[in-house]
Design a protein around this ligand. Structure first.
Ligand code: F6P
Length: 363
């Protein structure tokens, strides 16, 4: 029997997190009369008793359209590998038993963990150790295979497309080549969707390692046809054929996830500027893609996911995650949810559409 539930938000934030929190709190209280608690800063809040607070309907008033998460988040708080200072060294400790014990001592009956692959993998491990948890998929990267789409993606694409519209006008005025670097980790979804919607001339994504020469020839041909500017979208994880991705940080650091991409935009602008003879500039869109008000689509999806997660808890379907299939909210096991990445199909319909419009992927 369920009396009280908790919510946590983990990993990088995404527009729509607050909409999920609101939907969970409102439906859990209205439909079931449960008490709802918010865990602060991902799973970290369960390792410190001060990190848990009661959420009433009034606490979620007016947050539907707000970016970020009222609970805070982190992409460092893995309870199975929790950083601890021993002398002058930082070591990793397994604090999962302590987390589960704290959860039980708070009298909580279920946890709804909202997060991307990292958070959902942790949730799955905690479930295997007995924590009653259900998941909600979140990520601007849209890289989870178990759901057709994650919330946050649509807003990130809208932000990137808006940036491309703005870059178009300045590129045209100055007869420049503009390269926009967008997020996405190993998946090229944000680059592909915004590149098509924003009318890019070249798009580079991790799923299609590119040949610089092909992009150069494409842009030179465009110049010869009288187009005095060009727009290139680069997914942060893209890399040249035979090469490797560009990293800001390649392995375990203290200020973020182990791998941080970055640098492809600047590199491409320089290389393409040299080979085309055009003046080139790079813009890194960065965390702007994670901020701001969620689009209508993301608010709608987040709200449906929040209510769907509460229904899973009510049915005590722990170890499951809500997902979007076709046009319906359904559920899959956390095991299946974390098994595969959703990557762009290089021979898929969207890539073909782009190529038929004359966009090059450098292949
Ligand atoms: O997974 C979401 C994401 O925004 C990626 O697209 C990006 O590579 C990463 O997080 C950035 O992480 P951080 O906020 O630690 O810089």
């Amino acid at each position: 029997m369920i009396d009280s539930i908790a919510i946590s938000t983990g990993g990088g934030d995404a527009p729509g997190l607050n909409a999920v929190i609101r939907a969970i709190v409102r439906s859990a209280i209205k439909e079931y009369g449960w008490e709802v608690y918010g865990i602060e800063t991902g799973f970290d809040g369960l390792l410190e008793t001060s990190g848990v607070r009661r959420l009433e309907s009034k606490d979620v008033r007016g947050i539907l359209q707000e970016g970020g998460t009222i609970l805070g988040t982190t992409n460092r708080g893995n309870p199975f590998e929790y950083p601890a200072k021993v002398g002058s060294k930082i070591v990793k400790e397994d604090r999962s038993d302590e987390l589960i014990a704290n959860f039980k001592s708070l009298g909580l009956d279920a946890l709804i963990a909202i997060g991307g692959d990292g958070t959902l993998c942790i949730a799955h491990e905690l479930f295997k150790k007995g924590l009653p948890v259900v998941g909600v998929p979140k990520t601007i990267d849209n890289d989870l295979a178990a759901t057709d789409v994650t919330f946050g993606f649509d807003t990130a694409v809208a932000t990137a497309t808006d940036a491309l519209d703005k870059l178009h006008t300045t590129a045209e005025s100055h007869h420049r080549l503009m390269v926009l670097e967008v997020m996405g980790r190993n998946a090229g979804w944000i680059a592909l969707h915004s590149g098509v919607a924003g009318g890019a001339d070249a798009i580079v994504i991790p799923e299609i390692p590119f040949e610089l020469e092909i992009i150069c020839d494409h842009l030179i041909a465009r110049k010869r046809r009288g187009s005095r500017f060009s727009i290139v979208v680069a997914a942060e994880g893209a890399y040249p054929k035979g090469g490797e991705p560009f990293y800001m940080q390649k392995s375990g650091g203290k200020d973020g996830p182990a791998v941080r991409f970055g640098g492809i935009g600047m590199w491409l602008a320089r290389q393409l500027g040299l080979c085309t003879g055009m003046e080139a500039r790079a813009v890194v869109l960065g965390h702007l893609q994670r901020g701001g008000s969620p689009t209508t689509f993301d608010r709608f999806l987040s709200t449906r996911f929040g209510v769907g997660a509460v229904e899973l808890v009510a049915k005590e379907k722990f170890g499951e995650m809500v997902c979007f299939k076709g046009r319906r909210v359904e559920s899959v096991s956390l095991e299946e949810a974390t098994a595969n990445q959703n990557l762009v199909d290089p021979e898929g319909e969207i890539v073909r559409v782009a190529e038929k419009l004359g966009v090059t992927f450098g292949r």
